[in-house]
Design a protein around this ligand. Structure first.
Ligand SMILES: Cc1cc2nc3c(=O)[nH]c(=O)nc-3n(C[C@H](O)[C@H](O)[C@H](O)COP(=O)(O)OP(=O)(O)OC[C@H]3O[C@@H](n4cnc5c(N)ncnc54)[C@H](O)[C@@H]3O)c2cc1C
Length: 610
């Protein structure tokens, strides 16, 4: 839908995240939203600003959806902030994440108190949405109208897995993929210089203990596994930028009090995440606050907070203040627990890599399908359920696929590129719109030799200051290819990405020189840096690796709304998984689950395919 709200800027205002004024274009229904405050489902009010801001914005989002409008229809926001501190501006980040680039006029009103003691933030809005709810434009040309039992949107691991299951059940299907390749967020690029070795621009690691689906696929396709190197020292770069070493599996060299606090916080997160159900996590208290507020209310030291920020940046690209404590703890539980997910050893989230690249699994799955099932360069722009038993998926060329079931594997943040008729259930819509990425990209730095090994490092490093938050060895010794993969994520990664290209490489190499205490070896061995801008990738939903949720969504919408089918539309994709959500394993499991739903739904009305 074309933007109806036009920002009116002065010469010096266009770089701000809000506009000094907005103009409502065309006929619009005006919706005046009363002040929304940050209350949890049970009416309780979290003690900190950020949690309250996230909850108030969720209430606003629900109203916008109920009114049939979108965030892009907001013409004006007024923010009331108690004890406003201009040097902190804690509202700015959550509001920018909420607006996703939309620039309404915003007025900030510092106040001494709101209606109820304890409330720190209130937001009201003026929304201008189309007079008549947008109806679907008729297809311009119906290039084809093919008939299948099932259309699957997306040829990532979830979609390809679903297709195999659907075909095995004797049904027909088509996979419509927007990109010119299969694999989605698995994307393995050959390293320069030929003779083998890949750079994983997307997913890299699996394990052979609890990622049963992925390891089975790797074995089915005879792929070679590379064990993550954990022999030697790890590195911590602290607040002052200085690096210190510690053996793999131990905590860094902190003073005794700090060491005990970091261990206490880590063990507390582990215990709290283990208490949750991976599919249906429930806790109003944990979902009413950000992960940062959870840590602060448990008296985490600044070092423990910085350690936790390394976890959230490396795992999701977000800051602890960006997401709900319940979401993060549940994400950890989904991968078997914080310790298992962070581990590079057997059973851990980063234990094994695939020499030929993880994308080769998607390639092999696609090759194993009968010809004509995978259709590349076919972005689906519309899904219309025009009756109880048929659905039409329409791609951007106007080609129509008439099917009995649709499985979408599209990541939540990318779902907004598809127009659904009828609209998605309000809870699903609120869920998808609330789900957001942080900043996350990998910079794969290739070297002539693994100089860090010779110096007694295993390659694993973490940093409180960045630009890389975490670094891991991603060499392929059998190919004589040596690389350190730097996770550029969260605020430090974003600041780094804003630099000019030459400066980015310079900063990265400088950090590696500090981490492995040998700038000369870094400079002497450096070959190239490879990276991919997932933040600019439309079909990933402008980010990676998995979307996370701010406070309130899990608790008030319930996790069932994530997976619940809407008529003949079924939802898969890694974020819908119970186990290993956000990972390749979760993608495969979600594809199997959605295929099972579809097969059982169609089994009563199976048509013979002669
Ligand atoms: C940098 C990075 C590092 C990661 N590291 C790891 C790791 O080490 N281990 C791990 O297990 N996982 C990791 N992941 C996550 C892993 O890649 C994903 O969990 C998994 O690949 C998701 O698979 P999926 O099928 O659910 O979704 P996707 O792979 O996102 O597939 C969805 C597909 O839908 C397509 N699509 C979107 N919109 C449309 C549309 N409108 N019409 C048609 N097609 C559409 C997309 O192009 C895409 O191909 C990482 C991801 C990234 C990006």
């Amino acid at each position: 839908m074309a933007t109806r709200i036009k920002s009116l800027d002065l010469a010096n205002t266009s770089t701000a995240y809000y506009a000094p004024a907005t103009i409502v274009q065309g006929n619009a229904r005006l919706i005046h939203v009363a002040g929304q405050v940050g209350t949890a489902k049970d009416g309780s009010v979290p003690a900190d600003y950020e949690s309250q801001i996230h909850l108030a914005l969720l209430h606003l989002r629900k109203i916008i959806i109920a009114a049939g409008a979108a965030v892009q229809d907001i013409a004006k926001l007024t923010l009331y902030i108690v004890d406003y501190n201009p040097s902190q501006r804690k509202h700015a980040r959550p509001i920018q994440r909420f607006l996703k680039g939309h620039r309404p006029a915003i007025t900030l009103v510092p106040v001494t108190q709101l209606a109820i003691p304890g409330l720190l933030f209130e937001v009201d809005a003026v929304i201008a949405c189309p007079e008549v709810p947008a109806s679907l434009p008729a297809p311009t040309s119906q290039v084809t109208s093919e008939v299948f039992d099932v259309a699957i949107i997306g040829a990532g691991l979830a979609g390809l897995t679903a297709a195999h299951e659907v075909l095995r059940a004797g049904l027909t299907c088509v996979i419509l993929e927007a990109r010119d390749r299969v694999g989605g967020k698995t994307w393995s690029q050959p390293l320069s210089g030929g003779q083998g070795g890949v750079a994983e621009m997307g997913a890299a690691w699996i394990n052979d203990v609890n990622q049963t689906k992925m390891i089975a696929l790797a074995r089915r396709y005879n792929l070679e596994l590379i064990e993550q190197n954990t022999t030697g020292n790890c590195v911590l770069q602290s607040f002052d930028g200085k690096a210190s070493t510690f053996p793999y599996g131990k905590l860094p060299q902190f003073d005794q009090v700090t060491l005990e606090d970091v261990a206490r916080i880590r063990d507390m997160c582990e215990a709290d995440c283990q208490a949750l159900d991976p599919f249906t996590p429930k806790s109003t208290a944990l979902d009413a606050m950000t992960f940062e507020a959870y840590l602060r209310t448990r008296d985490a030291s600044e070092t423990s907070l910085a350690t936790a920020a390394v976890w959230t940046r490396a795992m999701l690209g977000v800051e602890p203040s960006d997401m709900s404590a319940l979401f993060f703890l549940n994400y950890c539980k989904s991968g078997g627990g914080l310790l298992q997910m962070r581990s590079d050893r057997k059973g851990g989230g980063q234990h094994l890599r695939i020499r030929q690249g993880t994308q080769s699994i998607a390639g092999a799955l696609a090759k194993d399908l009968p010809a004509g099932i995978v259709r590349l360069n076919k972005p689906v722009e519309r899904v219309v359920q025009d009756g109880p038993s048929y659905v039409e998926a329409v791609d951007t060329d106007g080609a129509t696929y008439r099917v009995r079931k649709v499985i979408t594997t599209v990541p939540s943040p990318a779902l907004r590129h598809i127009n659904f008729t009828p609209r998605l259930h309000p809870a699903k819509e609120a869920w998808s719109q609330s789900a957001g990425y942080g900043f996350y990209t990998k910079a794969i730095v290739v070297f002539k030799t693994p100089f860090w090994i010779a110096k007694g490092f295993c390659g694993l490093a973490q940093s409180f200051v960045g630009p890389a938050s975490v670094v891991r060895d991603t060499s392929s010794p059998a190919d004589d290819k040596h690389a350190l993969t730097c996770f550029m994520s969260g605020i430090p990664g974003q600041a780094w990405a804003a630099l000019p290209e030459a400066e980015r490489n310079e900063q990265l190499l400088k950090q590696l020189g500090v981490l492995y205490s040998d700038q000369a070896a870094v400079d002497r061995n450096f070959v190239e840096v490879l990276k991919y801008d997932w933040v600019g990738d439309q079909w990933a939903g402008y980010g990676c690796p998995c979307a996370s949720l701010p406070p309130g969504v899990l608790d008030t919408l319930g996790s069932a709304s994530l997976r619940e089918p809407l008529g003949n539309l079924h939802f898969a994709g890694t974020e819908t998984a119970g186990d290993w959500k956000g990972y390749m394993e979760g993608a495969v499991r979600s594809g199997e689950r959605a295929a099972k739903e579809v097969i059982s739904g169609l089994s009563s009305t199976m048509l013979p395919h002669l």
